[in-house]
Design a protein around this ligand. Sequence first.
Ligand SMILES: Cc1cc2nc3c(=O)[nH]c(=O)nc-3n(C[C@H](O)[C@H](O)[C@H](O)COP(=O)(O)O)c2cc1C
Length: 199
Amino acid sequence: MGIDIIKKRKTIRKFKDIKIEIEDMRTLIEAAIQAPSAHNFQPWEFILIDSNEVKEKLSSKMASTWTNNLIKDGKPLHEIQERISMSKGRINNAPFIIIPCFDTSKIEKYDDERDNAEFIMGLQSVALASENILLRATEKGFGALWLCAPLFCPEDVREVIGIPNHILPQEILIIGIPDEDPIKPKRRDLKDVIHHNKW
Ligand SMILES: Cc1cc2nc3c(=O)[nH]c(=O)nc-3n(C[C@H](O)[C@H](O)[C@H](O)COP(=O)(O)O)c2cc1C
């Protein structure tokens, strides 16, 4: 795997209605756990979901919290219905779902500002593992969509899946066979992002 796979990876939001085998998802997790992690603590857990019943429970629970938030934001009813229906559809129709989680019991604890640094390092480690999943998925011909929604309703995800309190679900990764070939969003130029020896 090299720069070609890194460049090829892009977000896929439409998937073919083709069943994904759990064995294929295991190879993605195999890539995930090769990621570096702070202190080599490997503070990750991965929830694999292919049950329609679990997907439905998850999407309904998350939708109720999101609906309440959108009402609070004063969004019009038709917009709320449209967004909730799209969001539920994405989860219910997902060929496979992986939820990378951060195990906060695995990190160093301090009673000063180092605690926050260790927490961030844990998050960074899980994010690196997640990127490995995206890259391996690309290499294997799968598409993937990263949904940040669990960060906004972690209790919903925790309740439906039965996740203990010290485990923080980070995102929902929808994995499947791509049914679209979107143009990858343009990247900022190298010259705009590199700071050589000074800002
Ligand atoms: C932390 C993070 C959160 C994201 N959340 C969402 C999301 O909730 N919904 C969505 O459609 N895409 C989401 N994405 C995908 C981004 O929109 C996408 O990566 C970005 O537009 C660049 O496109 P590319 O992945 O095709 O290169 C997320 C990506 C990241 C890294």
